[in-house]
Design a protein around this ligand. Structure first.
Ligand SMILES: NC(=O)c1ccc[n+]([C@@H]2O[C@H](COP(=O)([O-])OP(=O)(O)OC[C@H]3O[C@@H](n4cnc5c(N)ncnc54)[C@H](O)[C@@H]3O)[C@@H](O)[C@H]2O)c1
Length: 267
C-alpha cells in the first residue's frame, strides 16, 4: 500500500447533490479512487456522469429530497445498483435569502426538508442497511460556516445547517458501536450555483473575511478532505467531528452590509 492509498477502491458510495458543485466534485474524486458511485439529485447528473464514466461504472437516481417516499426509494435503488452502500455522502442543500419579517412558511419548510429532514430519512435507511450488513461504513454530511458566522437573511438556512450538525453528532454516537463513522465537512464560500443568488458585494464581503488569502475556495480544495474523512485508512479514529474547509472563515465575524442596509431588510 502506497502512503497515499486511501483504501477506498472497490467501495460503493451514494452521493446526494451530485449534479453540481461540491457534490459533483466529491463524486468525481471518489470515482477516481476506484469507488463505484451512485449519483443522486433532482437535476440531471449527466455532466457528472460524463466526467466519471471515463474512470468508473456509475449510476444515477433522480430524486426530490423534500419527499420521504423519494428519499426511501433513492436508498433502495442505490442498494440495488451498487449491491451495498459502504459510503453515504449527503451534500444536497438549498439556500434561501429571506429576512426575518419576510420568511414564508413555504421557504422555511423547503429549506428544513431539503437540508435536514431528507438527510435524517436517508441516514435512517442507510444506517439500517449498514448495520444489517455488519461491515461498518462511513457517512459524511455537508454543513456550512453559517453555523459559526450568522449571515443576514439566512435564518432558515442557518437553523437547517446547525440542526444538521446536531443530528450528525447523535448519529455518530449511535452508530459507533457498529463501526460506522459519521462526520461533517463544513464549506466556507465556494463559487457554485448555490451562491449565485447572492450579490457580488455579498460574496466579496464574505470572501474578504477569509483569513487565508481572502478568497472563495476552489472545488479542488474540498474533495481531498472529504476523501480523507471517508477513508478508514486515514480517519479510523475520527467520528462526530465538524471540519471546516473555509480558509479559517469560521473564526471571523461576517459583515454583509451597512446598518442602513440591514434595517431595510425588515422595513
Ligand atoms: N457553495 C458554498 O459557498 C457553500 C457554502 C457552505 C455550504 N455549502 C453547502 O454545500 C452543499 C453543496 O452545495 P453547492 O455549493 O455545491 O451548490 P450546488 O447548487 O452546486 O449543489 C447543490 C445540489 O443540491 C441539489 N438539490 C437541492 N435541493 C434538492 C432537492 N430537494 N432534491 C434533490 N437535490 C437537491 C441541487 O440540484 C444541486 O445539484 C450544500 O449542502 C450547501 O448548503 C455550500
Amino acid at each position: 500500500m502506497s502512503a497515499l492509498d486511501l483504501g477506498l477502491g472497490g467501495k460503493a458510495a451514494l452521493v446526494t447533490g451530485a449534479a453540481s458543485g461540491i457534490g459533483a466534485a466529491i463524486a468525481t474524486a471518489l470515482a477516481r479512487q476506484g469507488v463505484v458511485v451512485c449519483l443522486a439529485d433532482r437535476q440531471s447528473c449527466e455532466t457528472t456522469l460524463q466526467e466519471i464514466r471515463q474512470d468508473a461504472t456509475t449510476y444515477s437516481v433522480n430524486v426530490d429530497l423534500r419527499f420521504e417516499d423519494q428519499v426511501r426509494s433513492m436508498v433502495s435503488q442505490a442498494v440495488e445498483y451498487l449491491g451495498a452502500i459502504d459510503l453515504f455522502i449527503n451534500v444536497a442543500g438549498s439556500l434561501a435569502t429571506e429576512s426575518i419579517t419576510r420568511t414564508t412558511l413555504t421557504t422555511w419548510n423547503d429549506i428544513l426538508a431539503t437540508n435536514v429532514t431528507a438527510c435524517a430519512i436517508a441516514c435512517r435507511d442507510v444506517s439500517a442497511h449498514m448495520i444489517a450488513r455488519g461491515r461498518g461504513g462511513a457517512i459524511l454530511v455537508v454543513g456550512s460556516t453559517v453555523t459559526y458566522n450568522p449571515a443576514y437573511a439566512q435564518g432558515a438556512y442557518r437553523v437547517s445547517k446547525t440542526g444538521l450538525k446536531a443530528y450528525m453528532e447523535t448519529l455518530a454516537i449511535e452508530l459507533a458501536p457498529f463501526g460506522i463513522r459519521v462526520n461533517m465537512l463544513t464549506p466556507g464560500p465556494f463559487p457554485t450555483p448555490l451562491v449565485a443568488r447572492l450579490s457580488d458585494e455579498q460574496r466579496w464581503s464574505a470572501a474578504r473575511e477569509v483569513p487565508l488569502d481572502q478568497r472563495e475556495g476552489r472545488l479542488s480544495e474540498i474533495a481531498p478532505l472529504a476523501l480523507a474523512l471517508l477513508s478508514d485508512t486515514f480517519s479510523s479514529y475520527v467520528t462526530g467531528v465538524d471540519v471546516p474547509v473555509d480558509g479559517g472563515l469560521h473564526l471571523r465575524p461576517l459583515y454583509l452590509g451597512t446598518i442602513a442596509e440591514v434595517k431595510r431588510l425588515n422595513q
